[in-house]
Design a protein around this ligand. Structure first.
Ligand SMILES: O=C[C@H](O)COP(=O)(O)O
Length: 246
């Protein structure tokens, strides 16, 4: 059984005080056996949390990065700046960035290449809209997103997040997730050969303390990308506990 990975994406939430309190509660409540755990606060909290999490089982992730190492990109953060702070993972191509910032597959791929070069593990997000699922275009969409967003020799993590399940409280059903995981694995192997067999695939979209155990037990689900529930220590610890037991 592959070790599971639980990633908390705090999105645009958290003052210094909130972040410290949340991380302290997480560290105090961790079970003896833990899965891989990553917490992705806003950029503004990374330095503070790098210090707090040093030597702990919780790794630090960022929610995005630029594709260049440095240069005239006002307001952006480079992958090297993240490793400089002790960050190990970076979420790329989240649907909120694709939708709100018009981020394209090609940009996501370039960011994944740049992140990998400096030693970050990219967590590349893909997912279909509700319309695409209802009209039966979801697998085509996911296939194109894999082709466009993942670089050759991709060695990161793929996160499947149906857009209609994000923040809605309506997670995909176990059957939908199982069927999609099977498709994604086949597609990864079709596009990347042997290397496609080892990419870890996460599910994201309304994962919570109640549904985590059943979602994490679905074949080929290697963990979860958690939004809302990662802001609540008790809920996130329950999900971590479910991953330890999976
Ligand atoms: O990155 C996390 C996802 O967008 C899921 O968010 P959610 O757990 O609030 O649905």
């Amino acid at each position: 059984m592959t070790r599971q990975i639980i990633v908390g994406n705090w999105k645009m939430n958290g003052t210094s005080r909130d972040s410290q309190a949340l991380v302290e509660a997480l560290l105090a409540g961790l079970p003896a056996t833990v899965p891989d755990i990553v917490t992705c606060p806003p950029f503004t909290q990374l330095a503070l949390l790098a210090d707090k999490l040093k030597g702990s089982p919780i790794a630090l992730g960022a929610q995005d990065c630029h594709k260049d190492v440095s240069g005239a990109h006002t307001g952006d953060i480079s992958p090297a700046m993240l490793t400089d702070l002790g960050v190990s993972y970076v979420i790329l191509g989240h649907s909120e960035r694709r939708q709100e910032h018009g981020e394209l597959d090609e940009t996501v791929r370039e960011k994944a290449v740049a992140a990998t070069k400096v030693g970050l593990t990219p967590i590349v997000c893909i997912g279909e809209t509700e319309d695409q699922r209802e009209s039966g275009e979801h697998f085509d969409t996911l296939g194109w997103q894999i082709k466009g967003s993942l670089p050759d020799n991709f060695s990161g993590i793929l996160a499947y997040e149906p857009i209609w399940a994000i923040g809605t409280g309506r997670a995909a059903t176990e059957d939908e997730i199982a069927e999609t995981m099977k498709f994604l694995r086949e597609e990864l192997v079709r596009q990347f050969g042997e290397a496609g067999k080892t990419v870890r695939i996460l599910y994201g979209g309304s994962v919570n303390a109640k549904n985590a155990a059943s979602i994490l037990s679905i074949a080929d689900v290697a963990g979860a990308l958690v939004g809302g529930a990662s802001l609540n220590a008790e809920a996130f610890l329950s999900i971590i506990g479910a991953a330890s037991a999976a």
